[in-house]
Design a protein. Structure first.
Length: 330
């Protein structure tokens, strides 16, 4: 019986050299959600929860406009203080309206490890344009167009939130100022009309009885001609989707939407006289209904009703306001 304490006391010594062998491997980490997204920057990062039993020598994030960025192939990368735990990194110098792919990375002597890939799209960017009076713009002006990212049309695109030619967005659903109204166009005609009184100013002779079996041709699209490549008129289907999916039923509802559409009125198809500014709105699409009528968005706040089809009084000869949408999805 005296030998038992000796045996028990010796057990720790016997097993002291039998511990588990350390597992050596690359680090373990995850990629953080992307936040603070602007038109040219965003914030992400990573969380390193395992160092693989080797010192971490590098850590950060990599990003690219193509999937699978690495520390060797990327559009940019950061290097943060290495070690276990959470780090944050800022991506700068990004292009606007572009989808980027991001991965966190960490390096030790055993290799490089990446967190799962996440993606995001940079925000829309306001556009400053110097318009010169000519075949498209009716006056020379410098305008900063505010934009918004919206999926109301069924796909994520950028929209301008003021009328083409307007020096500022509307301040209310019934804003009747020329500054908010912008310019007016007849269907499939690239020349805009400026109206500060009751009739267009410095404009060619008003065209009546326009009849042509055509949608708005891309070569004469004022959005592309004035804002540049990548912008266009919305299609009839896109405006119809906006109207239906967002449930517009009044000029107030239209104005309170992401697109901030307001009652800018229209020009009479017979003589070009301004009518209804501050009362109702009429916005062309790039789609025709037939050779006499173009498809357009029409709303009248007094009756809390919105129309979205050819309206017998307003033919292709009518002058209506325009909104522009990005060709590119983001």
């Amino acid at each position: 019986m005296r030998t038992l304490p000796f045996i028990i006391a010796a057990l720790p010594v016997l097993f002291a050299g039998c511990g588990r062998e350390e597992r050596i491997a690359p680090p373990n980490l995850v990629t953080l959600e992307v936040r603070e997204i602007s038109s040219n920057s965003a914030r992400s990062g990573g969380h390193v929860y395992g160092d693989g039993n080797r010192e971490i020598t590098r850590a950060g994030i990599v990003w690219s406009a193509s999937p699978g960025p690495t520390i060797d192939i990327n559009s940019g990368l950061t290097e943060e203080k290495p070690g276990l735990g959470t780090f944050q990194s800022y991506m700068t110098g990004l292009d606007y309206r572009v989808r980027y792919f991001v991965r966190a990375y960490a390096v030790n002597s055993e290799g490089i490890a990446y967190g799962e890939e996440v993606s995001f799209t940079t925000a829309c960017e306001d556009i400053t344009v110097s318009h010169s009076a000519g075949d498209v713009a009716p006056e020379s002006s410098t305008v900063t167009y505010q934009t918004v990212k919206s999926s109301l049309s069924g796909e994520p695109r950028c929209w301008i939130v003021q009328n083409l030619g307007a020096s500022r967005p509307a301040s209310s659903p019934t804003d009747d100022s020329p500054e908010a109204a912008g310019w007016y166009w007849q269907f499939n005609n690239k020349r805009g009309y400026l109206v500060t009184g009751t009739l267009p100013e410095q404009a060619p002779e008003w065209m009546t009885g326009i009849e042509e079996d055509s949608d708005w041709l891309p070569a004469g699209d004022p959005c592309a001609l004035l804002l540049g490549h990548g912008w266009r008129l919305p299609t009839g289907e896109e405006w119809e989707t906006v109207h239906r999916e967002d449930g517009w039923n009044s000029s107030t509802h239209a104005f309170e939407s992401e697109l901030r559409v307001h009652a800018a009125g229209l020009l009479d198809p017979d003589d070009g006289m301004l009518t209804g500014r501050g009362v109702y709105g009429a916005y062309w699409t790039g789609s025709q209904h037939n050779d006499t009528y173009g498809k357009y968005l029409y709303f009248y706040g007094g009756s809390s009703t919105m129309f979205h089809y050819a309206f017998s009084r307003y033919t292709k000869s009518s002058g209506m306001t325009l909104r522009c949408v990005s060709e590119r999805l983001y």
